[in-house]
Design a protein around this ligand. Structure first.
Ligand SMILES: [Zn+2]
Length: 120
């Protein structure tokens, strides 16, 4: 038997289907990252499973809905790293390091996101 790693186009297709379902339900985002290392160089922190617990921020129109939409439409959202001042862009496909300027273009998690979220 042959095992096959799905190609990146296949992964993107599956991701799109997954996100369409999530957006329809406005489901609360949680994620498992295969590559769980903090995307910032030289950092040993890991974010393997994250349940962002966005519902705990309350006020659906102000915080919850824009973040949930950004997650499911594929843009993702940014959070300040708990271990230093850098930003991480979280999407359904992975994490990316961002500087302040790039982070300003995205939906932003509240400052205490890493205390509210369950991270394993
Ligand atoms: Zn880090």
């Amino acid at each position: 038997m042959r095992t096959q790693t799905p190609s990146s186009t296949e992964l993107e297709r599956l991701d799109r289907i997954y996100r369409e379902g999530g957006l329809k339900n406005m489901a609360t985002p949680h994620v498992h990252y295969g590559d769980a290392r903090c995307p910032h160089e030289g950092c040993s922190r890991r974010f393997e499973w994250i349940d962002f617990k966005l519902e705990l921020y309350g006020e659906p129109a102000g915080a919850y809905q824009p973040l949930v939409k950004a997650w499911w439409n594929g843009a993702g959202f940014v959070g300040r790293r708990p271990d230093c001042d850098g930003w991480i862009l979280f999407t359904t496909l992975g994490m990316k390091p961002l500087d302040d300027e790039a982070a300003a273009l995205h939906a932003v998690l509240p400052e205490n996101w890493h205390q509210v979220a369950q991270i394993a």
